[in-house]
Write a protein that binds this ligand. Structure first.
Ligand code: S3P
Length: 433
């Protein structure tokens, strides 16, 4: 993982059309829900970053068979019944794998253990263990952290008002609910990404969604999932690095093809509007029950600061590190609040961002639930070495910041990008002129 890299000021504009890796959230779900269909599904444009490969290995350990058709396409043959795994199930760095699979495994008629790497083993799992226990699950853990020993039980549906808007918690409970008696209903105040709901509808599960003044509800009962082929769009969370590059590097224009545009994920485009970033969607369509389109972003010389808080946060939670880089070039102070869960990501993204940006010379103030950044129009001018704290999104954000630093920016342990975006540097070289 520990390949350091040097990012340098981009002397010329970045130009061209690129395809970014496919959506990580949808890739995980295609495997997990696909493994429950009892049939064969073809998954096209799958994300082969380390996180999704971890989920792939786990569903193979649970009895699914996989046939690779090319480097982005696979046939998944679901078993008739999931089987007890022979080994620990290793989620690597992936919180999504651990949290979603805990819901699936809690309702299986066998025991299993989910483990993770050093960073994942520090992340909170209480948010899934507590509601699963309310459904009758038996899970032992290291003070609500991995490893999770799951003793499969017959579960009963619950009504759960989630204290946080988290797609991982919601999806975990939907997976448990798929195999529980009665109805499982999850309510969240602000709608988090709804890929699970959409894929379950697409596979014809007994699922309902509605909303009222208290929030957004989804309910599910035991269901047989229909095997349906899935095409996975590009990940807007990966596209975001190239979108911000295009916005801040003079003379740039980048088109990113086939990006997922599910409205629960496109908060960054609303922020672009507020900040005066020039963007356009070309050729929008619906594929496998998800909106997809090409995004064009051009250099935007007059970036304005803005406030980012409240209901928009779940729609851009993974993009906040790269939005912080954008804010570093805005006129005025950008204020991000209501984002305390950033501290529970692959790193404590509030403090790790603050440490890195400060070194470069950005005026950033850390807050308990976010940060404030006073941007500047000019390039930064500090020779720096930046730590990435085992966090792929920090590594890529710091690389992008380096494109507007006149001195050398050394990004340590850049190899962490392989978690989600192994092709990052190749694509960057392709658009460098
Ligand atoms: C994800 C949900 C989000 C996000 C993560 C992927 C998912 O986490 O940050 O990268 O695929 O469900 P939370 O649900 O904890 O907000």
């Amino acid at each position: 993982m520990n390949k350091d890299i040097i990012s340098k000021k981009a002397e010329n504009g970045l130009k061209g059309r690129i395809c970014i890796p496919s959506d990580k959230s949808v890739s995980h779900r295609s495997l997990i829900f696909g493994a429950l269909t009892k049939g064969k599904i073809k998954i096209s444009n799958f994300s082969f970053g380390a996180d999704c490969r971890a989920t792939l290995e786990i569903i193979k350990n649970l009895g699914a068979r996989v046939e690779f058709l090319d480097d982005k396409t696979l046939n998944l043959f679901a078993p008739n019944k999931l089987i007890a795994p022979k080994n620990y199930l290793d989620c690597g760095n992936s919180g999504t794998s651990m949290r979603l699979l805990s819901g699936l495994l809690a309702a299986c008629p066998f025991n299993s253990t989910l483990i993770g790497d050093e960073s994942l083993s520090k992340r909170p799992m209480k948010r899934v263990i507590e509601p699963l226990e309310k459904m009758g699950a038996k899970i032992s853990s290291n003070d609500f952290k991995a490893p999770l020993n799951i003793y499969g039980q017959n579960l009963e549906g619950i009504n759960y008002f989630s204290p946080i808007s988290s797609a991982q918690v919601k999806s975990c409970l939907l997976l448990a609910g798929l195999n529980s008696s009665g109805k499982t209903m999850v309510c969240e105040k602000v709608l988090s990404r709804n890929h699970s709901e959409r894929m379950l509808e697409y596979m014809q599960a007994n699922i309902e969604t509605f909303k009222d003044a208290k929030g957004h509800y989804v309910s599910i009962t035991k269901s047989e999932l229909m095997p349906k082929d899935i095409f996975i769009a590009g990940d807007i969370s990966s596209a975001a690095f190239f979108m911000v590059m295009a916005a801040i590097v003079p003379n740039s224009e980048i088109i990113i093809e086939n990006v997922g545009l599910n409205p629960t994920r496109t908060g960054i485009l609303d922020v672009f509007d507020k900040m005066g970033v020039k963007w356009e969607i070309l050729d929008k369509k619906l594929v496998s029950n998800e909106e997809v389109g090409d995004i064009k972003v051009s250099y935007s010389p007059d970036i304005k600061a803005c406030e980012i808080s409240g209901d928009i946060i779940p729609r851009l939670i993974d993009e906040l590190p790269i939005i912080a880089v954008l804010a570093s070039f805005a006129n005025g102070t950008t204020v991000v609040s209501d984002a305390a869960d950033l501290r529970n990501k692959e790193s404590d993204r509030i403090s790790s961002l603050a440490v890195g940006l400060k070194k470069v010379g950005v005026q950033i103030v850390e807050k308990p639930d976010g940060f404030e950044i006073l941007g500047q129009k000019n390039d930064y001018t500090s020779e720096v070495e930046l730590d990435t704290y085992c966090d792929h999104r920090l590594a890529m954000s710091f690389f992008v910041l380096g494109l507007r630093n006149t001195k050398q920016t050394l990004v340590k342990d850049f190899g962490w990008v392989n978690t989600s975006f192994p092709e990052f540097l190749n694509l960057f070289n392709k658009i460098s002129t």
